[in-house]
Design a protein around this ligand. Structure first.
Ligand SMILES: CC(=O)N[C@H]1[C@@H](OP(=O)(O)OP(=O)(O)OC[C@H]2O[C@@H](n3ccc(=O)[nH]c3=O)[C@H](O)[C@@H]2O)O[C@H](CO)[C@@H](O)[C@@H]1O
Length: 377
């Protein structure tokens, strides 16, 4: 009997890293139900909750990033890094993976480096259109680098790059026939125009401020709002605005059923996280992107520009959002032709099936490519 394929998937920190990781794991399980998957994350981060909720085992490394403005907090960093490296090497020795997958985030670095030291092939899944320093460095020895945008050869060795798109959770983008159910679940009227605002997995201060400033305009226009605030902002907003402020306004900390919110919406306002963008391409609705200026190398603007260049989304800069975002959204909501153009063009940028394509690459690296269950189109 063949030995079950063993895969370590490492990384996390935010939904943008965790959800693609879970999608890859699900695709591997569909291909080889008996395969053994171990997640490695950073203790105290979002993955330690979301990964077990998706049915997978996760082990945490005690690792964090550089914290701006606090020398004291950074003093322990070298020790954490050393400790994590030691634990990563031990995990590879104990679990004996055939392949290691890194999706970015703090835990990816030590595990992929340990894999390279132990000669275990590893695959990097780079979600963004701009690669960070760690991935660029680790990319030199990666067996495969799966990317979602063009021109990634400026960061990685050309021969090892494969454009697969970002894996998305299938249920999240399956929105057909769910408009009424989505509106109902969110206690909204399915017949009224609805805007969904999402600030990515953590929420976005600028989006929240922009809405708070223009709430009355939304109500005057009789437009409904699904307002995902993010964990850090929720309490303050509820205190200031009130949960029952108006029947048209639904305030939520986090949307556990993103498909229902996507389905209920006629227009979506979002940060430009790569995972969200991949989903937006698949659900094909008019989108306004407000890239976060607080991310490495301004990569969200680069993510958003890939769409803007194809007339597939409207971009509003973070600095002008407070004044212009909601007026622009209301105007787009009433402009059928522009909305149709954005929906059609964003749909053309969708890269479906990327979870299966990446899982297939993992199987190939594990020496199992081409066995039953592997994609054959
Ligand atoms: C602040 C920050 O560092 N953001 C980065 C992070 O974004 P972030 O973690 O926000 O990730 P993305 O926008 O890529 O994806 C968010 C994911 O969370 C889901 N979701 C979101 C809100 C919600 O209420 N419910 C829910 O399920 C979305 O459906 C999506 O699957 O990782 C992305 C991928 O590397 C990067 O491009 C972003 O720049």
């Amino acid at each position: 009997m063949k030995r079950a394929t063993r895969v370590i998937i490492s990384g996390g920190g935010t939904g943008g890293h965790i959800f693609p990781a879970i999608s890859i794991a699900n695709a591997l399980k569909r291909m080889e139900p008996g395969c053994e998957i171990l997640f490695v994350g950073a203790t105290g981060r979002m993955e330690m909750e979301k990964v077990p909720a998706a049915g997978y085992k996760i082990i945490g490394l005690n690792i964090s990033g550089i914290q701006r403005g606090s020398i004291a907090k950074n003093l322990s960093l070298p020790f954490k890094l050393l400790g994590s490296m030691r634990k990563a090497l031990q995990l590879i020795a104990d679990f004996k993976p055939d392949v290691v997958v890194g999706v970015g985030g703090y835990a990816s670095g030590p595990i992929l480096f340990a894999a390279s030291l132990k000669n275990v092939p590893y695959l990097i899944q780079e979600q963004n259109s701009y690669a960070g320093i760690t991935n660029k460095w680790l990319g030199k020895k990666a067996a495969k680098i799966c990317v979602a945008f063009d021109d990634m050869d400026q960061f990685f060795p050309t021969g090892n790059i494969l454009k697969t798109g970002n894996p998305v959770r299938k249920d999240v983008v399956d929105i057909a026939q769910k408009h009424h159910a989505g509106a109902e679940l969110l206690k909204l009227d399915p017949l009224k125009k609805t805007i969904l605002v999402t600030g990515g997995s953590l929420g976005a201060g600028t989006l929240n401020k922009s809405i708070e400033k223009h709430l009355q305009e939304l109500i005057d226009a009789d437009v409904q709002l699904i307002w995902q605030t993010g964990k850090f902002y929720y309490k303050g907003i509820v205190e200031r605005v009130g949960l029952d402020f108006h029947p048209n306004i639904r305030i939520l900390e986090f949307l556990n059923k993103m498909d229902m919110a996507y389905a209920a919406a006629d227009l979506i306002i979002s940060r430009a996280g790569a995972g969200t963008i991949a989903e937006l391409c698949l659900i094909k609705k008019p989108v306004i992107l407000v890239p976060s200026p607080n991310v490495a190398e301004d990569h969200q603007t680069k993510n958003a520009m890939a769409l803007v260049k194809q007339n597939a989304a409207l971009l509003i800069a973070d600095r002008s959002a407070e004044d212009t975002l909601i007026p622009e959204a209301l105007s787009l909501l009433n402009d059928k032709e522009r909305s149709k153009m954005f929906s059609e063009n964003i749909g053309k940028m969708a890269l479906p099936d990327s979870d299966n394509i990446i899982a297939e690459e993992v199987m190939i690296l594990a020496g199992k490519g081409g066995h039953d269950g592997v994609r054959k189109d």
